[in-house]
Design a protein around this ligand. Structure first.
Ligand code: ADP
Ligand code: MG
Length: 251
């Protein structure tokens, strides 16, 4: 699939309460998009819709060659197979690192490709070592999560997601659970992957990262995209008053 993402008129509600209202979003291959907005505005729900963890009420999501529409009427088997393809193409990293505590780093990273995708163990281990090297953990492959710092665990979680060779990576507040001194080492990995040309969508409150690293910033307010701008414009002259207020409260 090409990495082009397009979201059209996406609507999602929980128990009748709208959480995403007509979200439209286009992402070009290799872009780094930062999504910001106040707590509860729908950021996590949007990411979860994009990797099929959450079904939606109306609208359309195209992630490369995979299209998801409101599922009503389509055969469940067909939907499931599209969701499976989608999850292979889209990697996701959460705030909590979710590494298995009883597995070493390399076991954590190789588990899904070997068990789910039937990747040969030796190939998986070679690829895992390469990726763990890339995220600066080449000398920690036999450590258990409890022996690693939060930043190291999160970098391990990124390596784990990269094992499936995703075309797109989604991050939901990847540094929010980290000690401030460890935030940068994780942001650094996303910058590096950006240089490699990976398409990435990052929900974060790290405003300096948003300003320096993002190609575009999306500001969500109560489930609506109210600002979609380059970082320069977003931080100097946002047109929506809610975005202005949010930026003021952060800077
Ligand atoms: P954000 O990530 O921007 O903080 P979320 O996407 O997590 O926002 O949540 C948006 C809104 O949807 C919130 O009001 C939240 O309470 C509600 N919500 C999220 N997930 C669920 C769920 N599974 N069931 C019911 N309401 C939910
Ligand atoms: Mg959230």
């Amino acid at each position: 699939m090409s990495a082009h993402i397009s979201i059209e008129n996406l609507c999602k509600s929980f128990n009748g309460a709208p959480v995403l209202r007509n979200v439209n979003l286009e992402v070009k291959a290799s872009e780094l998009i930062v999504i910001i907005g106040p707590s509860g505005c729908g950021k996590s729900t949007l990411l979860r819709c994009m990797n099929g963890l959450e079904l939606f009420d109306s609208g359309k999501i195209c992630m490369g060659s995979i299209t998801l529409e409101r599922h009503e009427g389509s055969k469940t088997g067909d939907l499931n197979s599209r969701l499976r393809s989608l999850r292979e193409e889209v990697g996701m990293v959460f705030q909590s690192f979710n590494l298995f505590p009883h597995l070493t780093l390399i076991q954590n990273v190789t588990k899904a490709p070997v068990v789910v995708k039937g990747m040969d163990r030796k190939t998986a281990e070679e690829k895992a070592k390469e990726l763990l090297d890339k995220v600066g953990l080449g000398d920690r492959i036999d450590y258990y999560p409890s022996q690693l710092s939060g930043g190291q665990q999160q970098r391990g979680a990124i390596a784990r997601a990269l094992m499936m060779s995703p075309r797109v990576m989604l991050y939901d507040e990847p540094t929010s659970a980290l000690d401030p001194s460890l935030v940068n080492e994780v942001l650094q990995i996303m910058r590096k992957l950006d240089e490699d040309g990976l398409t990435q969508i990052v929900v974060t409150h790290e405003m300096r990262f948003a300003r320096d690293a993002a190609d575009r910033i999306i500001f969500l307010s109560e489930g609506e995209v109210v600002e979609d701008a380059g970082p320069e414009r977003f931080f100097t002259s946002p047109k929506d008053p809610r975005a202005r207020e949010f930026i003021r409260s952060y800077l």
